[in-house]
Design a protein around this ligand. Structure first.
Ligand code: CP
Ligand code: NVA
Length: 317
């Protein structure tokens, strides 16, 4: 593990596709270790004196708090930079922003619309860049999801995850993450809201290596059958508010409800990246019910993001 940790230092975290299954396991193991240290009250100032710049052009509760509290617990400091406050919002280029921040901070986390912009930032930054969500991917979320599933099930490989709903950023990162880790993943999406072709192709290629089966179906109950984990996300993501009515019509029936629960294994766990729109993609009863682990999942954002920062921006000794 020490060898693999060293290989992670200085890297960007833009997509789980850039990491091997063994490296993803190191992130998860480190997150579990940091969680145990935090619960035991053992100081773990692995990033003492280090600073993370956090650029947000979209709202956030979990991601912002997890990174900000996380680096504080690691002995470092975070800077919250909303688009309204920094010159990027007034037209300063991504490349110049990357080069300036690299002279002053030890890592940059960014949440924004365009994935290409995050890739551009990473190309020009001399410090690690962490993708805190784009319209295309949400890899830090899925790292915490994998950690949560492993905590509850004791393993990842061989499990079946069913995702019901929009084939957007969270679905994309789940496809990549599950297929890397040898988990079967079935998505049920309405026509026109399926995941992007190249993501499916990448997941199928990962699956050929890891033994994971990747499937896309139309029927939510077919996806849910015998699932160990059920997952959903909002019907309209940030930036798609204008499409809400149209999406509500298209996604009717794509709901994590009692019928989906009944089709899954009796010991199924229910995940949701949050925020949730109860009564749309998930029923109140399932959200609040005994199979739901959504708040464990939300808490694990803290531990998983601490692992990402510690491994990319410092060391874990
Ligand atoms: N799941 C997630 O990323 O939540 P926030 O939008 O609150 O950060
Ligand atoms: N798909 C959602 C995820 C929020 C964490 C969005 O992009 O708004």
């Amino acid at each position: 593990m020490a060898d693999l940790s060293a290989k992670l230092a200085g890297r960007d975290f833009l997509t789980l596709q850039d990491f091997t299954a063994a490296e993803i396991s190191v992130f998860i193991a480190t997150a579990r270790d940091l969680k145990a240290r935090q619960k035991a009250g053992t100081p773990h100032h692995l990033l003492a004196g280090k600073t993370l710049a956090m650029i947000f052009t979209k709202s956030s509760t979990r991601t912002r708090v997890a990174f900000e509290v996380g680096i504080y617990q690691l002995g470092g400091t975070a800077l919250f930079l909303s688009e309204r406050d920094i010159q990027l919002g007034r037209g300063e280029s991504v490349a110049d922003t990357a080069r300036v921040l690299s002279r002053m901070v030890d890592g940059v986390m960014i949440r924004t619309f365009s994935h290409a912009e995050v890739e551009e930032l990473a190309r020009h930054a001399a410090v690690p860049v962490i993708n805190g969500l784009t319209d295309y991917l949400h890899p830090t979320q899925v790292l915490a999801d994998l950690m949560t599933i492993e905590e509850h099930k004791g393993r990842l490989a061989g499990l079946k995850l069913a995702y019901i709903g929009d084939g957007g950023n969270v679905a994309h990162s789940l496809l990549i993450g599950c297929s890397k880790m040898g988990m079967d993943i079935t998505l049920a999406c309405p026509a026109a809201y399926e995941p992007r072709e190249e993501i499916l192709r990448a997941a199928l290629a990962n699956g050929a290596e890891s033994g994971s089966r990747v499937r896309l179906v139309r029927d939510p109950l077919e996806a849910a059958r015998d699932a160990d984990a059920l997952y959903t996300d909002v019907w309209a993501s940030m930036g798609q508010e204008g499409e809400s009515a149209e999406r509500r019509a298209a996604f009717k029936g794509y709901c994590l409800d009692d019928a989906a629960l009944a089709a899954a294994r009796p010991d199924v766990i229910v995940l949701h990246c949050l925020p949730a729109h109860k009564g749309e993609e998930i029923t109140e009863a399932v959200f609040e019910g005994p199979r739901s682990v959504v708040f464990d999942e939300a808490e694990n954002r803290l531990h998983a993001h601490k692992a990402v920062m510690a491994l990319l921006m410092g060391n874990t000794d």
